[in-house]
Design a protein around this ligand. Structure first.
Ligand SMILES: C[S@@+](CC[C@H](N)C(=O)[O-])C[C@H]1O[C@@H](n2cnc3c(N)ncnc32)[C@H](O)[C@@H]1O
Length: 512
């Protein structure tokens, strides 16, 4: 058996031991062993960290820390590395930080330096920052990592939604979303009048500000999914963009100005090669080089308020600075979710397609978590909403989300049951509704027997319950024409619903 396998097996055994036995028997054996046995049994150190964190007595923490501090002076590098990894689990403080910094000054091993960086990431404080300020022989990678984590723990950075961006004449913002919805995104941007549409591509609408603006104004638009400031396009030889090119764009004066204006706290970003997996090596190289060019901007995978997204495009790599807002301020009302919840921008797009009348009576037969009803009510002109869902949990969730959205005086009825029983459940006469808006079950995440029959029934009940001139707006996975002669197709577009195409259709009831 190879040594790493043996090490893993030993760790598994040790990790299962009760704390008292691990500490007295195994640590005792480790301490009394010769160099070779200690090397083979380093798993004891790891187990001590993990088991102590789970079940060690608080009163023994100092003793355990003392043991680990001693191991930081062990002649064997592997022992030292294991000790530094275990320390944060015990709750290391200033004493341990000083030991780690002393070791950082002495070490000549890149591996050990990285391990020290990881531990200082977790426990570093003032002393670490002071060492960084004096250079202290610390590698830039460690320096960046520690600076970011110390800043993160001191003050979690946030995005300033209300800060005004003026003087950014040539700025371009990339509004990204599902393919097929670009036209609605464009329409919404033009209606708002703060930006002009520069270009539309698959799943992307590029806009430019018409004057000073805030991110809050961007997030007043509801039909796009994510927004990023375009930092630049990096052309690469043979399709592979250069580390230097990407780093220059990330560390550019434009990026720094945007980040400085829009961030409360340290300027931290997470780097993502979109659609290419983790790319850890490339992320590290680009982030290291960007830090060398602009040490004020820090790469930090954890809780960063910004992402720098690298999108592969035909012309090269598009580098975009995206605010990471959680929750998205547009959907802060979403207290809870159902398993097949609508994609929020889709709900906003369905609402836009529905248009709006006065005194509307609106029904969502499959309301789930209530997004379509909430988005439609937000636009005004609604007197009454009805939501049905056969899941009682979903009805509870719609109720909570609807209340959290604070939509003003609207009569709301949320009813648990099959949509086919809606007229009886709601006590409504035929022709009582002006709008039916819904994202029905599409048979993807939850299997529905006779799904086509469900859509036929939806057409039939819509034809009955809509008033003349009323609209039915929904996502339809079938290529089917309305079996109801009174429902006339007004528009149809094909939208990517996350890996599969679906039709988004609008019907109008004849008669007005
Ligand atoms: C795609 S989800 C709806 C998502 C919803 N628009 C939202 O904002 O979360 C479909 C919903 O239809 C409900 N459903 C499925 N069959 C139903 C039926 N026959 N009658 C009523 N509700 C049904 C499911 O419980 C599920 O919550």
């Amino acid at each position: 058996m190879n040594s790493s396998r043996t090490g893993k097996d030993l760790y598994k055994q040790l990790r299962a031991l009760p704390w008292a036995r691990l500490w007295t028997e195994e640590v005792g054996r480790f301490d009394g062993a010769g160099a070779r046995e200690r090397f083979e049994r380093v798993a004891v150190i790891r187990a001590v960290g993990v088991v102590f964190a789970e079940s060690g007595p608080a009163g023994q923490a100092e003793e355990v820390k003392g043991w680990l501090r001693g191991l930081l002076r062990d002649p064997e590098e592997k022992v030292r590395r294991y000790a530094m990894a275990a320390l944060p689990k015990i709750g290391a403080g200033a004493g341990e930080e000083a030991e780690l910094l002393a070791l950082l000054r002495q070490t000549t091993s890149a591996r050990e330096e990285q391990a020290l960086g990881r531990t200082l990431d977790k426990i570093g404080g003032e002393a670490t920052l002071a060492t960084l300020a004096t250079g202290g022989g610390i590698a830039p990678r460690t320096e960046q990592r520690v600076k970011a984590s110390v800043a993160r723990r001191a003050q979690p950075s946030t995005v300033r939604l209300e800060a005004e961006l003026g003087d950014f004449d040539r700025l371009r913002l990339h509004l990204r979303g599902r393919r097929g919805l670009e036209g609605l995104v464009r329409e919404e941007v033009e209606e708002q009048g703060k930006f002009r549409v520069v270009e539309v591509q698959r799943g992307l609408v590029v806009i430019a500000p018409l004057g000073p603006f805030t991110l809050a104004e961007v997030f007043a638009l509801r039909c796009f999914d994510t927004v990023g400031f375009s930092l630049g396009l990096v052309k690469g030889a043979g399709g592979g963009e250069s580390v230097e090119g990407l780093a220059e764009v990330i560390a550019s004066p434009l990026a720094e100005r945007l980040l400085a204006t829009l961030t409360e706290g340290a300027l931290r970003y997470r780097l993502e090669f979109i659609g290419k997996g983790h790319q850890r090596g490339a992320v590290r190289e680009v982030a290291d080089r960007a830090y060398a060019l602009c040490p004020r901007i820090l790469n930090d995978a954890r809780e960063a308020p910004w992402a720098v997204d690298i999108h592969a495009t035909a012309g090269g790599a598009s580098v975009e600075l995206r605010p990471r807002l959680s929750p998205d301020p547009r959907h802060a009302y979403r207290l809870d979710d159902v398993p097949a919840a609508s994609h929020p921008p889709l709900a906003a797009c369905l609402t836009r397609l529905a248009g709006h009348g006065q005194d509307e009576s609106v029904w969502d037969p499959f309301c789930g978590s209530g997004l379509e009803l909430i988005e439609r009510t937000r636009r005004g002109g609604v007197r009454r909403v009805y939501g049905t869902d056969r899941s009682a949990a979903a009805i509870g969730i719609t109720e909570r989300n609807f209340a959290a959205a604070r939509l003003g005086p609207v009569e709301a009825h949320f009813l648990c049951g099959d949509f086919r029983d809606f007229p009886a459940l709601a006590g409504l006469a035929p022709g009582s509704l002006t709008l039916i808006i819904t994202n029905p079950p599409l048979g993807r995440r939850v299997r529905i027997p006779n799904l086509r029959g469900l859509f036929e029934d939806l057409f039939a009940i819509a034809a009955r319950m809509l008033a003349p001139g009323g609209r039915l707006v929904f996502t339809n996975p079938f290529r089917m024409e309305s079996p109801e002669p009174t429902l006339r197709l007004q528009s149809r577009q094909v939208v990517d619903l996350g890996g599969f195409d679906c039709r988004v259709e609008v019907y109008r009831k004849a008669g007005r």
